[in-house]
Structures are given as structure tokens and as C-alpha cells.
Design a protein around this ligand. Structure first.
Ligand code: PGA
Length: 251
């Protein structure tokens, strides 16, 4: 059966010292707890190794927020999937809307990044989601379907089964404007139908589909109570341990 997952996305926040303090605090808070979901924290690249060495990685998984679309070589400033893996991280967030919008990530690039992540035994958290105009023009289902098809539908069922999806409507990210529980469930059910048509019932039912976009301590329970919402990708609220813990406790 699919996993429930609460994944934090720190984005470009926290110095190394601040990040280690946050990770240490989360580790302490979870030490005596048995979460009913997998917990992941997505830190800046340069924090990964220190954070992975600081937390109990049997309880807190560590994620990068991106990786290169090349294996290795003369690509100044890039970080490869194998480097991410070597830090102790075991997840990587790919295709976040901020990377698509500000850094020109395309469906083709994201396909290669996903391949490299899988090759290096990293679990991709692959982000999809429409912008406001697309929802208002009622093409949001087609947009999300194309994002999945173009980057992920060349994978075998076995490989696809290793991928986690995160539906993040762009209009809900960092805006305080969460999708309603109905809007989230409707899209998640549509995504699962799309996966069923391509890979069959078993793969579709086993795929974790997270919701992201202004998910917080106050609305997590309602969002997560939907049949097809298997957790959250949490930005702002992952930067405060009490809030992040409350979201974990929503399961
Ligand atoms: P937010 O970000 O929770 O701050 O809206 C979510 C995300 O971008 O992953």
C-alpha cells in the first residue's frame, strides 16, 4: 500500500547553522514520537550532508531540492544525483514550479533528472500543477496530465512505481490561498485515474500523491483526510518545527 508522506521544502532559506538548529529541533521533537507517515526534509544542497549526519535518518529522510541533468563532468555549479546520494540524502524534489518558472526547467530536462535520480537510488518527489490562468480557463486537468506524460510516461511500470508525485497548484504556493479539500481530492483522483490508464490499478494505487500549496497546521488534517491525498509538500510551514510537527500529526 502507498505511503503517507509529509515532506518539508525549505527552499532557499536558513544558513547552515540555522538549518542545523532546525533539523536538530525536529529530530528532538520526533525522538519520542512514532509518526504515522514518512517524514522528509528538503534542504539546500550545502546543508544536506550535515543535516543527514545530525538527524536520525531512520525517522527523518533528507531530500535535495534539485539535481543536475548530467551525470558528472564540466558543468560548473551543478550538483549531480550521485553527489546528492553520497550526502546521505535519499529523496530529491524535482520539477518544482519555481524551478520551472525561474530556471527554465523543461519536461525533457526533468525526464533526464528523474532518470538520474532513479539510477542513483534517490526517490523523486516530482512536482506538477497548473497556474491560475490555466485553472480559470478550465484546462488544469490537461496541463497536469501533460506534465506527467511528457516527463514520466516513458518509464517502465517498475521505475514509475519508485516515484512520488506532488500536486502543487501554482496559485496556492506561498500565497496563503490553499486549494480546497474538494479541489485537491478532485485533482488527485484525476491523477490516479491517469496513472491507472497508463500503468494499471496496482501501480496507481501504490503511488503516493502529495498536495502542496499553503498547507499548514490548520488545514492539513482536512486535506489529508481525502482518499487520494497521501500527504503534503510543505514550504513555509516546514520552517517552524511546531507547525511542521502539527502537520505530521495530522496523520
Ligand atoms: P508553501 O510552499 O507551503 O509555502 O505554499 C509549498 C511548496 O512550494 O512546495
Amino acid at each position: 500500500m502507498r505511503k503517507n508522506i509529509v515532506a518539508g521544502n525549505w527552499k532557499m532559506n536558513k544558513t547552515l547553522q540555522e538549518g542545523l538548529a532546525l533539523a536538530t529541533e525536529l529530530n528532538e521533537v520526533l525522538a519520542g514520537a512514532t509518526p504515522n507517515c514518512d517524514v522528509v526534509i528538503g534542504t539546500p544542497f550545502i546543508h544536506l550532508a550535515s543535516v543527514a549526519a545530525t538527524v536520525d535518518t531512520t525517522k527523518i529522510n533528507v531530500a535535495a531540492q534539485n539535481c543536475a541533468d548530467k551525470e558528472s563532468g564540466a558543468y560548473t555549479g551543478e550538483i549531480s544525483a550521485s553527489m546528492v546520494k553520497s550526502t546521505g540524502a535519499n529523496y530529491v524534489i524535482l520539477g518544482h514550479s519555481e524551478r520551472r518558472a525561474y530556471y527554465g526547467e523543461t519536461a525533457a530536462t526533468l525526464k533526464v533528472k528523474t532518470e538520474l535520480a532513479l539510477k542513483n537510488d534517490l526517490t523523486p518527489i516530482f512536482c506538477i500543477g497548473e497556474v491560475l490562468e490555466e485553472r480559470e480557463s478550465n484546462i488544469h486537468f490537461n496541463v497536469v496530465k501533460s506534465q506527467i506524460e511528457e516527463s514520466l510516461f516513458d518509464f517502465s511500470a517498475e521505475d514509475f512505481g519508485k516515484i512520488v508525485l506532488a500536486y502543487e497548484p501554482v496559485w496556492a504556493i506561498g500565497t496563503g490561498k490553499t486549494a480546497s479539500a474538494e479541489q485537491a481530492q478532485e485533482m488527485h483522483a484525476f491523477i490516479r485515474q491517469t496513472l491507472t490508464a497508463k500503468y494499471g490499478e496496482a501501480v496507481a494505487q501504490n503511488t503516493s500523491i502529495l498536495y502542496g500549496g499553503s498547507c499548514n497546521a490548520g488545514n492539513a488534517k482536512e486535506l489529508f483526510s481525502n482518499t487520494d491525498v497521501d500527504g503534503g509538500l510543505i514550504g513555509g510551514a516546514s520552517l517552524k518545527v511546531a507547525d511542521f510537527k502539527a502537520i505530521i500529526d495530522a496523520f
